[in-house]
Design a protein around this ligand. Structure first.
Ligand SMILES: [Zn+2]
Length: 383
């Protein structure tokens, strides 16, 4: 009975977490999931969540709960995957370690999708999504399809219908694709988590299922809201309501309220999905008519991960022992770091994929924060 009770509770928590996750696609002009205009997402969140707060981006925080997972460590990942890596790896990865060795088949932003666009009909939106993702970013389709097939049970709609309200024109769908892959990625991972573990699908041949990463259910991590107290946040202060640039537009959503109460497992989950956001943006950037914040999103989360590692090492030894000492967590972090820089490198000269990215990238490059990643490489036994 006790187990059943806890299991039920956990499912509830997971459900709430997903709604919370919906909030991540947020809604202001610099929607955390990357779009300058995400009005429809906001509506979705508002209807899903009874007590939304003043800022739509904060809506998610009403729900959360630090959900997620914990468990023991089952690294199902193989380090890398067949595919083509960058010709010039970024300086932020070690070409001889897990992060720098990560490769995948990169999107092809030059592949023609004109025929699919010309033949678009709103009834065929799902086929359209599949077609253009398979043409330009097959791994994006893998992630999105995984979310569609997820038994996460978050509300009556699948992940696409939940986050795609306007399907009138092909351009409406394309403008939401980055968010759709991101949110379906959440459905995919959360739908496949078990009672005590967190699952992260990276690509068709690589996933991680790690345990104990929550700050609930016996997990050993601390609330990410603690990051607001470190010495780095003051270098890029949380945006006030109505402010979208020149400040951290992600902090109020992800580091406060019930979202802020969550532990490392969901911090990494968001980081995984912000890589997917940028990868999708890279694949379709020629179609964008707005400047978007997709580089800002992943850079901000890399900054959070670095700071979380540092705070854990200095102040929370039990947490640090888990996320640096457990091979599953360590490898997952390094893999996501490597995948993120793969796309940051590919998109470094694409102006419409970032807003404050030049500023945030310098925060991520703080030498003592990069050392936190280097420590993981040392623990990984990299040469
Ligand atoms: Zn998200």
């Amino acid at each position: 009975m006790r187990f059943l009770h806890r299991h039920t509770l956990r499912l509830l928590v997971i459900s709430l977490a997903t709604i919370l996750v919906q909030g991540c696609s947020g809604s202001d002009d610099t929607d955390p999931d990357g779009f300058t205009n995400a009005q429809d997402t906001t509506n979705t969140v508002d209807t899903s969540i009874p007590d939304s707060s003043t800022n739509p981006g904060d809506t998610a925080s009403n729900n959360d709960l630090g959900i997620s997972d914990n468990g023991s460590n089952t690294d199902s990942g193989t380090t890398s995957d067949p595919g083509s890596g960058p010709i010039n790896p970024s300086d932020e990865v070690d070409p001889n370690c897990t992060d720098g060795l990560y490769t995948e088949i990169l999107p092809d932003p030059n592949a023609s999708i004109q025929s699919a666009i010309s033949n678009y009909s709103s009834n065929g939106y799902m086929e359209f999504i599949q077609s253009i993702l398979e043409t330009r970013f097959p791994i994006g389709w893998y992630i999105l399809e995984g979310g569609l097939q997820s038994n996460a049970g978050f509300g009556p709609n699948n992940c696409v219908d939940t986050f795609l309200q306007n399907k009138s024109a092909a351009s409406d769908v394309i403008s939401r694709l980055s968010t759709l892959v991101h949110e379906c990625g959440h459905f995919f991972n959360l739908g496949n988590m078990s009672f005590d573990s967190s699952t992260y699908y990276i690509n068709p041949t690589l996933s991680f299922t790690c345990n104990g990463g929550s700050n609930q259910f016996g997990g050993k991590t601390f609330s990410r809201s603690k990051l607001l107290e470190d010495e780095y946040q003051s270098q890029f202060v949380p945006c006030e309501s109505g402010q979208f640039t020149g400040c951290d537009s992600y902090a109020s959503l992800y580091l406060t309220g019930q979202m802020g109460d969550q532990g490392f497992d969901t911090l990494l989950e968001e980081t995984v999905q912000y890589v997917n956001s940028l990868a999708t943006g890279y694949a379709f950037h020629d179609q964008y008519v707005w400047q978007v914040s997709e580089r800002d999103g992943i850079l901000t989360f890399l900054w959070y991960v670095e700071r979380y590692l540092r705070m854990a090492r200095l102040d929370y030894p039990e947490t640090y022992a888990l996320i640096s000492g457990d091979a599953c967590w360590r490898s997952a972090i390094l893999t996501v770091w490597g995948r993120a820089w793969l796309f940051l490198e590919e998109t470094k000269d694409i102006q419409n994929l970032g807003l404050d990215d030049d500023l945030v990238i310098n925060l991520v490059r703080a030498p003592e924060l990069l050392e936190e990643i280097e420590r993981l490489r040392d623990l990984e036994g990299c040469p």
